[in-house]
Design a protein around this ligand. Structure first.
Ligand code: ADP
Ligand code: MG
Ligand code: MG
Length: 917
């Protein structure tokens, strides 16, 4: 990079919205609005490149100073006054603006250029003494805080003191003299705290502010945020220098924020807030009561009309909901910022379809405007909005079971709505839930010792910690509702109570309701209603019905777009007819994983025990003979529920000890019996077996295909049950499409041995039943060795299904059950990964093996069918990866099927949609 050739400063007229890398989001959009002919105060942007040079070398690029001077002079010529000019000062704001907006970065400094000398010039020009001193005190305050690092509270206190002395209610009641005095006080604070005078040289003010913006890129909170959001550390921030316009010039001036549509519902209209005679962040800082934007029409009809016109221009230009910051200076409207606005999940769906209807975007683009995690959010049960609304209007209403009141607002860490009795320790959570109570576990923060309590609870509430705290991570992993970091709550675990603002005390046993989708916490019981979106997927609500709400109609349409374009098929992980039927309603195109071990639980456990304890060939065969017809019936039901669609049945996978009693419990039982001298023969044998089967690392022990190879007759029994079930369905004129899947294969030899046996059994069933059946046979790829030798394995497999849970465990050497609760939160906090590799596929490691196995498997067998049945199959990001590597299908739990369908559609539409943007 040669510095001479580089341009570090762009006038607002030189940029555009596609230059976010270089100009940051704010700068790029200010330029875009300028070029649209909208009223933006003139200014220029210092590029992220300049920031990068500064961060790398410790000083601004040599050329920067002159370039800034040139742009500043041009601005001064244009405005007809010089920065800080004594009789008529040009003032500017210095505003940070990275590519991604980032909490923890430097705030904006307004009114740069004001000095002891120019303040009276400003007063004279504006004909308003008070205004000039108000602007100056704001400058000293903001500059002191953000550039010189003075504790902002000190200014706030001085301000409060001034108001007290005056008997003033708001800042507006302070007059010019009060404000002049306040400036003196503020400057004294600066001198004392920062050890230097407030700078009286306008250009120095500006340069220091620019440097402070650069430095804020490496502020602690900004760094942490980037690690968690996986924003690269070396992007740097841009700095915008923007000539000031004044909303604090009296009652015909003001400042506001607006959305072009309701970010909560998506409805078109005028949404926003306005504050007259105010500047900058006043409107969001809550210093005075704002008015709804619609009332601006009454105050200043012309500016209001102009604002609506601009909102329309912006929507048509950005083809999306925009949010806006604006200022009115003596009846003249100025645009200070815009960007494509954030919105709720429901609004995202509604807006996407509205924009299609308005002809602004096409269906492929509509798919890019929503995502799977938004859809997932919409599928959680929620608190009855009617009940909450009523309460908002004052007091509990008739429909509410018990009075409930919002007592805190924390971080929405894991969605859902949960109601239960407050408990403050894990032990009580477990005890109460065993006796049938629903509980909410409340802790200051959780740690691995709280795990049992978290499992037992309906929901988890903490007063400390953010989105990657232990509580948040573990709750999300369990799919459990969680609100964390509700800092207004004083949790006292010793006294088993918490205190909310206003002195509300919640004792152990009191009912609380927590909303993990919004972070809100209520006392009492808020009624929970099922999500209308789930009612729709379940077929209990029709999108065409008159009372179907706009959201359901929007979801219906978006799902139709997704299904039309997606290439990935979506199957379900389901083990019984009931789940299979639900999966079908949710749009499953087959079963990708039927875990047969679930058919061995409950009463059948004893039969498995017999099988394990069998000493002789005869005993074993007897045990298998009892299991066979039971399995067969299970399969018949399943194939019937999935008639016409593929069903992949995995042969027994888990280690056998999982079917035996717990080793400690059994040892105690046997020891006690022996002491009483009446040892039970069966228990003794069981204990022996348990000891024999005990493994240090069962996850890496006798399981999967290994079981099939060392326990004679086990896999053949299962294959026979599947084959016979297929024969029965065929005879009943059904259309069973069973596929047999062998788990945990590491080498093709294992698969060949199982295959030989299986084929023999299938032949036998063919002979016995006279039905000409055929069954596909394939394997899971869930060990690194299998992935590495996929070319060989494909010789013996008609399909692969990637078991990405085990593959992640074995590639990372993580035992999932252990690591998620112990050190994963530390890893997330340190930014080692932004999200657990069990949640989203690790593209670089595990993903690389998947890619290679796909290539080599298809190399051997071009028509090899490829799927994934790990939890990643329903994870939005991972679905995109599986689309990219060319799998045929993903399989996930029934509830996640709509999410997978949507994301598969989005992945396919991405290429198409990019043209229309
Ligand atoms: P943030 O990124 O925190 O929104 P901004 O740079 O947008 O910070 O500045 C915050 C607010 O300061 C703006 O919304 C606007 O009200 C005010 N502001 C910034 N620059 C100017 C300016 N040149 N003239 C008047 N007000 C400004
Ligand atoms: Mg802003
Ligand atoms: Mg597995």
């Amino acid at each position: 990079m040669s510095e001479q050739a580089q341009k570090f400063v762009y006038d607002f007229t030189e940029g555009n919205k596609d230059l976010k890398d270089l100009l940051g989001g704010k700068g790029a959009n200010l330029a875009e609005m300028t070029n649209l002919g909208l009223p933006v105060p003139p200014g220029f942007t210092i590029t992220t490149e300049a920031c990068r040079v500064y961060l790398e070398s410790g000083s601004e690029p040599a050329a920067l100073r002159d370039e800034v001077s040139a742009h500043l002079e041009a601005l001064e010529r244009r405005m007809g006054k010089k920065l800080g000019q004594q009789d008529d000062p040009l003032l500017v704001s210095v505003r940070s603006g990275a590519k991604f907006s980032m909490p923890g970065m430097m705030d904006t400094v307004l009114n740069i250029g004001l000095t002891d000398a120019s303040v009276s010039g400003l007063a004279h020009q504006a004909g308003d003494e008070r205004f000039a001193w108000d602007s100056y005190r704001r400058l000293v305050q903001m500059f002191g805080k953000t550039v010189l690092g003075v504790d902002g509270d000190l200014f706030e206190e001085a301000m409060a003191e001034a108001k007290r002395a005056r008997g003033a209610e708001t800042d507006l009641d302070l007059d010019a003299d009060d404000l002049r005095q306040l400036v003196e006080d503020f400057k004294a604070i600066v001198l004392k705290e920062a050890g230097r005078e407030f700078p009286q040289e306008p250009r120095e003010q500006m340069d220091l502010a620019v440097r402070a913006v650069f430095d804020s890129w490496n502020g602690e909170r900004a760094r942490l945020y980037r690690r968690q959001e996986r924003i690269p550390n070396d992007l740097g921030t841009a700095v915008n220098i923007c000539s000031m316009v004044f909303g604090n010039l009296g009652p015909d001036s003001g400042t506001g924020v607006a959305f072009t549509r309701d970010p909560a519902s998506g409805h078109q209209g005028v949404y926003g807030d306005y504050l007259s005679n105010a500047q900058g962040e006043d409107v969001v800082a809550g210093i005075r009561n704002t008015i709804p934007l619609a009332e601006l029409e009454r105050l200043d009809g012309a500016s209001y009309a102009e604002l609506l016109r601009i909102m329309e221009v912006l929507e048509r230009h950005y083809l999306d909901l925009c949010d806006i910051e604006f200022t009115i200076e003596r009846g003249k409207l100025w645009m200070l910022q815009t960007r494509v606005g954030k919105r709720t999940a429901a609004a995202a769906f509604c807006i996407a379809t509205q924009l299609v209807d308005e002809g602004l975007i096409d269906e492929a683009e509509a798919l890019q405007r929503v995502n799977g995690s938004q859809l997932a959010q919409l599928m959680f049960p929620r608190f009855d909005p009617a009940a909450l609304q009523e309460r908002g209007k004052g007091g509990p209403s008739g429909g509410v079971a018990a009075p409930a009141e919002r007592i805190a607002w924390g971080i929405a860490a894991s969605p859902g709505a949960a109601v239960g009795k407050a408990v403050f320790d894990s032990y009580t959570a477990v005890k109460w839930s065993r006796s049938g109570e629903k509980v909410i576990l409340i802790r200051r923060e959780t740690n691995p010792d709280d795990l049992n309590g978290m499992i037992a609870a309906e929901g988890i509430l903490t007063s400390r910690g953010g989105k990657t705290s232990h509580a948040a991570v573990v709750a999300r992993g369990m799919g459990k509702t969680c609100v964390c970091g509700a800092e207004e709550l004083e949790v006292d675990t010793k006294r088993r109570r918490m205190t909310a603002p206003g002195g509300v005390v919640i004792e152990e046993g009191d009912t609380v309701s927590i909303d993990g989708s919004t972070g809100r916490v209520y006392t009492g019981e808020v009624p929970v209603v099922p999500s209308p979106v789930v009612e729709y997927f379940e077929g209990r609500m029709h999108a065409g019905a008159e009372d179907a709400d706009e959201l359901v109609r929007a979801v219906h349409r978006i799902m139709a777009y997704a299904d039309r374009v997606r290439r990935l098929r979506v199957r379900a992980n389901a083990d019984n007819a009931e789940d299979a039927a639900r999966a079908r309603r949710f749009g499953a195109q087959g079963i990708g994983l039927c875990r047969t071990e679930h058919m061995f639980l409950g009463e059948r456990r004893e039969l498995v025990e017999k099988l394990i304890l069998a000493d002789t060939e005869e005993e074993r065969e007897q045990a298998l003979a009892v299991l066979l017809p039971l399995q067969e019936d299970d399969f018949v039901e399943l194939f019937e529920a999935m008639d016409g669609l593929p069903v992949t049945v995995r042969l027994l996978d888990p280690p056998l000890h999982e079917f035996l009693p717990d080793i400690t419990e059994l040892s105690v039982r046997v020891a006690l019996a022996e002491a009483r001298k009446d040892a039970n023969e069966n228990d003794l044998r069981l204990l022996q077996a348990v000891h024999k089967l005990h493994e240090q690392n069962p996850m890496l022990g006798l399981r999967g295909v290994r079981l099939g190879l060392v326990i004679p007759g086990l896999f053949t029994m299962q294959v026979r049950a599947i084959a016979r079930a297929v024969a029965r369905r065929l005879r009943a004129n059904g259309d069973p499409r069973a596929e047999i899947m062998i788990p945990l294969v590491g080498t093709v030899q294992e698969l060949e041995l199982v295959r030989e046996e299986a084929e023999q059994v299938i032949d036998e069933v063919r002979g016995d039943t006279g039905v000409d059946l055929s069954l596909a046979l394939g394997t899971m790829i869930e060990l690194p060795r299998a992935a590495l030798t996929a070319g060989q394995i494909a010789e013996a497999a008609e399909f692969f299904s990637f078991g990405t849970n085990d593959l992640t465990q074995t590639v990372w050497g993580f035992s999932r059950d252990d690591v998620e609760a112990s050190f994963f939160t530390a890893y997330l906090e340190k930014g080692i990964f932004g999200v657990s590799p069990f949640e989203t596929i690790d593209r670089d490691g595990v993903g690389a093996l998947v890619r290679q196995a796909v290539r080599e498997g298809r190399g051997t067998r071009p028509d090899l069918k490829l799927g994934v049945c790990g939890e990643h199959g329903g994870d939005p990001e991972s679905v995109h990866f599986f689309h990219e590597v060319g799998l045929d299908y993903v399989s996930c739990s029934p509830f996640r099927i709509p999410v997978a369908r949507l994301e598969a559609g989005r992945a396919a539409a991405e290429a198409v949609g990019s043209d229309s943007r």
